[in-house]
Write a protein that binds this ligand. Structure first.
Ligand code: BGC
Length: 248
């Protein structure tokens, strides 16, 4: 097990990296954010990842999150990113460009791993659902602490539309929704989640979770609902944790 591991979070507007003490779930030192290149093709993003690796003078296993379905290192979808990521062998590309052993995982799954190990879901058994509200809605599902990867509940249809097109943080901003109005949309999503999965606990993640005191009171589910502990760092921490399991 590697204790200090580099985690990188590829997002629609920024690519962020930090060294993580994976035994404690803590970022060590600075976080560095570089703009996501335009166009955000795999090759362009890989160069930014390489810059971050060089910035940290890092050699070792590297964890990278990506906002799409990632199966065995291949990115299969691209809802909010350049479509050239569809069917891209991101793991091989990033390994070639950085010369580090790389693991690539879905952004919400990575955030969930961090929360389940060191945050709001620590030690919680049963079914835990984490949702990240940002440009889209990411989901991470755990059964007795074990991740069921690549759930894509942000694309569940609500009133004929993807849930994330009705209730993401971006939609709240674009439509200038009040907290209560936005929470109502989130609750429609939770009705479906409750109906299908009966989670014991729902963890609300993404940058918006730091405003939980403003909207948490309006959220409804049969599950307990709590804010994430790590806010936007969860992806970096979870990616590093996953990478620390890679053999050198
Ligand atoms: C993608 C998910 C991702 C989520 C949050 C969705 O549009 O399909 O894979 O986890 O956005 O970034």
């Amino acid at each position: 097990m590697n204790k200090i591991t580099l985690g990188i979070d590829i997002g629609g507007s920024g690519i962020k990296g930090a060294l993580v003490d994976t035994a404690k779930g803590e970022i060590v030192g600075e976080r560095v954010r570089l703009d996501t290149p335009n166009p955000s093709t795999p090759e362009n993003c890989a160069q930014v990842v390489r810059e971050l690796v060089e910035h940290f003078k890092y050699a070792g296993p590297l964890g990278v999150t990506f906002p799409a379905v990632v199966q065995h290192g291949v990115t299969l979808t691209a809802a909010n990113v350049d479509k050239s990521w569809i069917d891209c062998d991101a793991q091989t590309l990033l390994q070639n460009v950085t010369t580090c052993p790389v693991i690539v995982l879905n952004d919400a799954d990575a955030a969930g791993i961090a929360e389940m190990t060191f945050g709001a879901g620590q030690g919680v058994m049963g079914t835990v659902a984490m949702f990240t509200f940002g440009t889209g809605i990411g989901s991470a599902f755990f059964i007795d602490g074990v991740l069921f990867p690549n759930t894509e509940f942000g694309h569940l249809l609500i009133r004929g539309k993807d849930a994330e097109k009705r209730a993401s943080a971006k939609v709240k901003e674009d439509k200038d929704l009040k907290w209560k109005q936005w929470a109502k949309r989130v609750n429609e999503f939770f009705v479906e989640i409750d109906k299908l999965f009966t989670p014991d606990l729902i963890i609300i993640g993404g940058g918006i979770s730091k405003k939980f005191e403003k909207f948490g009171k309006y959220l409804e589910s049969n599950a307990d609902i709590v804010p994430a502990k790590f806010l936007n760092d969860a992806g970096i921490i979870g990616a590093a944790m996953a990478a620390s399991q890679l053999s050198k």
